[in-house]
Design a protein around this ligand. Structure first.
Ligand code: CA
Length: 226
């Protein structure tokens, strides 16, 4: 189990690193909010212990940015103030638990173990390919940071293509999954829908993600770079 500790206070940071290492966790310690955010996004941690007051970027901002990026790693907040507002703010932003400083290490260890048992069940599922992301629970699609408005059918079509990206999906399968209908060779409803979807998610963007596989169907993929 790998834990990221983001804490600028050398004494607390070292104490946490040592204690958690002794409890058989692999621990990375960073002392700056930006470094913490970067590590949390690029490395796969099982848990993040996050201080609120940090140089570079505060703990709130780290947490908010992580959750917006779809990173659902459990976060245990360390707050120096026993303010109800702080706790509420942390939990609203998606923290899983908090601990008020000063705390006993045994208390922290108990919280850490509880959170790890609970795991990433709260992880918001966001589907991604290249610079596009689709958030099923928020019904939101972004490409290159721009929000793209889709109709319900276009959204369902894109979600299907994304869930099974790199796989050629026959028109009959798309018809049954998205339109709940059996394939009728006379209808061009799928071609029309794919054309509209392309216009929204591929026009003006690179690379083009929806590929037509002649005689077979469609596939959503990142084209091999030359
Ligand atoms: Ca601090």
């Amino acid at each position: 189990m790998k834990i990221l500790v983001v804490e600028d206070e050398p004494k607390t940071g070292n104490y946490l690193r040592q204690g958690l290492s002794e409890a058989a966790f692999v621990v990375d310690l960073v002392r700056d909010g930006n470094d913490g955010l970067h590590a949390a996004i690029t490395e796969g941690y099982d848990l993040i212990v996050l201080d609120v007051m940090l140089p570079g970027r505060d703990g709130w901002s780290v947490l908010r940015t992580l959750r917006e990026a779809g990173v659902g790693t459990p976060v245990l907040f360390l707050t120096a103030r026993d303010g109800v507002e702080d706790r509420v703010k942390g939990l609203e932003l998606g923290a899983d638990d908090y601990l008020v400083k000063p705390f006993a290490f045994s208390e922290l260890l108990a919280r850490v173990r509880t959170l790890l048992r609970r795991g990433k069940t709260k992880e918001p599922e966001v589907l991604r390919i290249a610079d596009m992301e689709l958030d099923p629970s928020r019904r939101r699609v972004m490409r290159s940071g721009k929000r793209i408005d889709l109709t319900a059918k276009e959204f369902a079509l894109l979600e299907l293509l994304l869930r099974r990206h790199d796989e050629v999906l026959p028109r009959s399968l798309i018809a049954s999954q998205v339109w709940d209908m059996n394939f009728d060779s006379d209808t061009n409803v799928i071609e029309v829908a794919v054309r509209r979807l392309r216009a929204k998610i591929d026009d003006g963007f690179e690379p083009k993600l929806i590929q037509t596989v002649r005689g077979m169907g469609y596939v959503l993929e990142t084209p091999a770079t030359a």
